[in-house]
Write a protein that binds this ligand. Structure first.
Ligand code: UDP
Ligand code: MG
Length: 307
């Protein structure tokens, strides 16, 4: 019989572990699916890992690791992928915002021969208006740049062993799981799910982390911003030609050039665009620097013995 590995990234989720494990186990048992639950405590500062370890000691299907510090959800997902033994592997949030019954649906599609099953949000759960607006803007820009609909895609997916191995063979350190499965290809299908309300605790996203997330993920998937400097340069050149012609005409007509404000304005525009282009180049340079250092994505401090 085939084994399903369920990866559950958990950061400060002490109030959710037991319940989440119970609910997912219940759903999978009822569907007659053999499974293992792999909790990744992403450097939690509360008793998340203790809760996982306690569960693991009574239930052989529950396994867990703890990172040495908070490395982020991406790192947690990839740690899970490399530890998973299943013939298919799925990733699900610890807060039950991804409905576990959809897991069964995904598994059935996998049995039919699909190698990547993408969870698509049919509608976003209840979020604050401000949060919703920010998310809307970021996903809008990211989707346009990356040519993928980032608003409805999620980390909730089920992958065949082949797809998992393909993702694990990537050398890059800055991964973006949500988009990488599209990039990897394979026989793909989608399943819609309705985002539920968080079971307990609160979301780990702040405004600044959302901005960082948008920038790093966009730049890890597209080099379009690098071309922004070129575009700005072309616009400025056209602008200066027009301005030059106008100045010459005025000169020959005998009107003096009243140009002080124009000069200041031009200086500001040109200076601004050069700085911005340099900043964008600098950002990519720093990304290259990080990749070249080749540090591991995560460090594991502790793991349960049943791996
Ligand atoms: N998470 C994580 N590391 C982090 C932040 C979040 O492993 O640094 C986990 C978190 O425990 C949860 C999932 O990622 O299982 C989604 O996080 P959250 O619910 O805070 O995000 P949201 O649902 O609000 O987008
Ligand atoms: Mg959540």
């Amino acid at each position: 019989m085939s084994l399903l590995s369920v990866i559950i990234p958990s950061y400060n989720e002490e109030d959710n572990i037991e319940n989440t494990a119970g609910v997912i186990s219940g759903v999978l048992k009822a569907a007659g699916i053999e499974y293992e639950l792999i909790f990744i405590s992403d450097g939690s500062k509360d008793s998340t890992y203790d809760k996982i370890a306690a569960l693991a000691s009574v239930d052989g299907a529950v396994k867990g690791v703890e990172f040495s510090r908070n490395f982020g959800k991406e790192a947690a997902i990839f740690a899970g992928l490399s530890l998973a033994k299943g013939d298919c592997v799925s990733v699900i949030d610890c807060d039950l915002q991804h409905p576990p019954k959809t897991l069964v649906e995904m598994y059935r599609l996998w049995e039919e021969g699909y190698e990547v099953v993408e969870g698509i949000k049919s509608k976003r759960g209840k979020e604050g208006l401000f949060h919703k607006m920010c998310v809307g803007i970021f996903y809008g820009i990211m989707s346009r740049l990356m040519k993928m609909d980032m608003n409805s895609t999620s980390d909730f997916k089920l992958l065949d062993r082949k797809a998992v191995d393909a993702l694990l063979s990537l050398n890059e350190k800055n991964t973006f799981f949500r988009a990488l499965t599209f990039w990897a290809g394979f026989k793909t299908t989608t399943v819609e799910f309705e985002v539920q309300e968080r079971a307990a605790g609160k979301s780990k996203w702040s405004f600044s982390s959302l901005v960082r997330y948008a920038i790093t993920n966009t730049t890890s998937f597209t080099t379009a911003p690098l071309q922004a400097g070129t575009v700005m340069g072309i616009i400025l050149i056209i602008f200066s030609v027009v301005l030059g012609i106008q100045t010459l005409v005025k000169y020959f007509c005998g009107t003096a050039v009243e140009g002080f404000t124009t000069v200041i304005l031009l200086l500001l525009i040109i200076g601004g665009s050069i700085m911005m282009s340099l900043g964008i180049i600098g950002h990519y340079l720093s990304r290259i620097y990080e990749e070249v250092k080749g540090r591991p994505k995560y460090i594991i401090r502790n793991r349960t013995d049943n791996f």
